[in-house]
Write a protein that binds this ligand. Structure first.
Ligand code: PHE
Length: 339
């Protein structure tokens, strides 16, 4: 029994097997337990002899089992460590990393520039009330110029803002002019009921700008817009102002910048004018100041609203505005910055 047991133990090649052997040999129904149980039937002389012999065999087998189990455990642990070994010198799996959207980058760049000139950046609701979006912008309910901005109405009084200009009104309402001039920019999404095509999107972006102080001139406006053009495109770009109409500015202008394609020489892109229209602007209408609680006999200001989508199209030669909103990474990653 002993020899066969020891042979079995040394031949066992896994922990399940060694456990089986242990139960077989040393378990309650095993031969040793049986033998020890049988001691009762032996004579007083035989009992200690047989008993100690059985115990010796049991101890010997138990020790062998224990040793073999330790060996097997060590081997299985070694195998596991080996299988799970990590080669820290292997090159890593690259993780695809996103970057700010190209339009967000233009907005960030403009924000940085304006913050550098002492402007504050303010936010406003995309679901706007008719009051701020139109009325306070000098567009009463029956004003024909409301047609200039086809509107998504949510209720008769609530709408998706059609421009960022309502933030002018909000900024003026909140500003304490005793503490100094108001200089703010306000970027954000705006909505118009347009049919989407290459140059129209029912949702796009604007960056509103507003300065209200005591002696603000149209020259200040033009100088500021020249800085915008230089900052986004480079020094060789010029700005020109053309008379236009907005209900909330008087006089109103549209600003053109040098055509990026022909640099002013005239080409098909700029319809041979040498200029590309990029934004609307003007001197804040006295009614707008008044409605926001600012005295137009003391204060005046300029305002502009520019479209980062359009700027991005010009800057990168994108011909279809819808690309900005399709979230096709093949398009978006073109603008990623390295490093
Ligand atoms: N809010 C005008 C628009 O969408 C742009 C603008 C802003 C014009 C400020 C003048 C002054 O279209």
């Amino acid at each position: 029994l002993r020899d066969r047991g020891l042979a079995d133990i040394s031949r066992s090649e896994n922990l399940t097997r060694i456990n089986e052997i242990r139960v077989q040999l040393l378990g309650k129904k095993g031969p040793i337990t049986e033998a020890l149980r049988g001691l009762r039937e032996l004579s007083a002389e035989e009992r200690p002899q047989v008993g100690s012999f059985a115990n010796q065999i049991r101890d010997e087998l138990a020790t062998a089992i224990e040793e073999r189990r330790n060996e097997l455990e060590a081997a299985s642990r070694a195998a596991q460590l080996n299988a799970e070994a990590i080669d820290v010198t292997l090159p890593g799996t690259p993780v695809a990393q996103g970057q700010p959207h190209v339009i967000q980058r233009i907005i960030d760049q403009l924000e940085d520039m304006f913050i550098g000139m002492g402007y504050q950046v303010v936010d406003g609701p995309e679901v706007e009330d008719d009051h701020h979006n139109f009325e306070m912008m000098n567009l009463p309910k029956d004003h024909p110029a409301r047609d200039m901005q086809d509107t998504f109405y949510l209720t008769p009084e609530l709408l998706m803002r059609t421009h960022t200009s309502p933030n002018q009104a909000r900024a003026m309402e909140n500003h304490d002019f005793n503490k100094g001039p108001l200089k703010m920019v306000s970027p954000g999404r705006v909505y118009r009921r347009d049919t989407d095509d290459a140059t129209h999107s029912h949702q796009f972006h604007q960056v509103e700008g507003l300065v209200v102080d005591k002696h603000v001139t149209m020259g200040d406006l033009k100088g500021t817009l020249e800085l915008v053009a230089a900052n986004l495109f480079g020094d060789e770009f010029d700005v020109r102002l053309r008379p236009s109409y907005f209900p909330f500015t008087e006089p109103s202008v549209e600003a053109d910048i040098t055509c990026f394609n022909c640099m002013g020489k005239g080409c098909a892109v700029c319809k041979y004018t040498g200029w590309i229209e990029v934004l609307g602007a003007g001197m804040v209408h006295p009614n707008v100041l008044q409605m926001a609680g600012v005295d137009p006999s003391i204060y005046g200001g300029f305002a502009f609203g520019l479209g980062p989508d359009r700027f991005a199209m010009l800057k990168y030669g994108v011909t279809d505005i819808r690309n900005f909103y399709l979230n096709d990474t093949r398009f978006l990653t073109q603008f990623y910055q390295r490093g």
